[in-house]
Ligand binder design. Structure first.
Ligand SMILES: O=C(O)CCC(=O)C(=O)O
Ligand SMILES: [Fe+2]
Length: 310
């Protein structure tokens, strides 16, 4: 028999209903965060087998609040993976499309990606600022959501913010909404830019070379389950509006980017060890502030598979 994948063995080894108590809804509290988005979830042990009512309540809460912050968890990689897999399949990009933590032998990232400056060869994200983005936006089927679990945190900096792109879309005036409703956007793969040594333009003008395969997605994305509509646009990754001339496209994108990053659409999370944040990649962006290189920060991420955006 061939060796099990990390995902299969995590689920195979997960606690059984007949051996352990099951997490029921009685103790779970979901408290909305005042402001742009998010809810805090307490009274849940993510390492237990979860009841159907808990998973359904969490899915419902995610659709409503767009990010969920679980407090005081203590998980091995396998437990994080088996908890995440209640919400969907694990994200696997095509092997010819590089993403964060793509391995040279398989062309795929591991199921559990260290987001860290502290684990040596796996320090994929360093200690610098990360600009607002949605995970795997440049792939044909970007990730629907990601879970990030905090293990070690720096004393200073390294806060992560999420942006509510549904509210940002709703607040546009009628003309602006009408202009963008039918547009398609190409987001170019930043990992190919990194490989080529830059530069890192924010918009591709027609006299600039195209790097890698281009997958146009709607600029206004409809959430596959809630039906909510949001502006699907990273703030710094290179993009191109399909069928628009350079000046008009670049001006439109600059205006939308300035609109989305307004503080009224943002929640900044100050991490505590044991937090898991589960966010929706369809209708939020996220960013991270820098932190000192000499301070350790280790989180683990699992990204869930997604549909072709519509
Ligand atoms: O380091 C962080 O806080 C966020 C990193 C990130 O963008 C991600 O895990 O997708
Ligand atoms: Fe990310």
């Amino acid at each position: 028999m061939s060796a099990l994948t990390q995902l299969s063995s995590s689920i195979a080894q997960a606690p059984r209903w007949y051996e352990h108590s099951i997490q029921t809804l009685d103790t779970v509290r979901i408290t909305p965060i005042q402001g742009a988005l998010g809810a805090i979830v307490t009274g849940i042990n993510a390492s237990l087998p979860q009841s159907a009512e808990v998973i359904l309540a969490l899915k419902q809460a995610l659709h409503e609040h767009l990010i969920l912050v679980f407090k005081q968890q203590q998980l091995e990689d396998e437990q994080l993976l088996s908890f995440a897999s209640y919400f969907g399949a694990i994200f696997k990009p095509p092997a010819d499309i590089p993403v964060l933590a793509t391995q040279t032998d398989t062309g795929l990232p591991p199921d559990v990606v260290p987001v860290s400056n502290a684990v040596g060869a796996g320090d994929y994200t360093g200690h610098g600022e990360l600009t607002p983005h949605s995970d795997h936006h440049w792939t044909p089927q970007p990730s629907s959501g990601s879970l990030l679990y905090a293990i070690e945190l720096p004393k200073d900096g390294g806060a992560t913010s999420w942006y509510n792109t549904v509210q940002a879309y709703a607040d546009l005036d009628d003309d602006a909404r009408q202009e963008i409703d039918q547009l398609q956007l190409i987001t170019y793969n930043p990992f190919l830019r990194i490989k080529s040594g830059g530069p890192f333009p924010k918009y591709r003008f027609s006299n600039q070379p195209v790097l890698g395969a281009a997958f146009p997605h709607p600029l206004v994305r409809t959430h596959s389950e809630s039906g909510k509509r949001g502006i699907y646009l990273d703030t710094h990754t290179e993009v191109e509006v399909v069928g628009y001339d350079d000046q008009r496209g670049a001006a439109l994108i600059e205006k939308l980017r300035a609109h989305i990053v307004q503080p009224k659409y943002r929640y900044e999370h100050q991490w505590e060890t044991g937090d898991i944040v589960y966010w929706d990649n369809q209708v939020t962006l996220h960013s991270r502030t820098a932190f000192p290189a000499e301070q350790r920060r280790l989180l683990k991420r699992v990204s869930l598979a997604g549909n072709r955006p519509f």
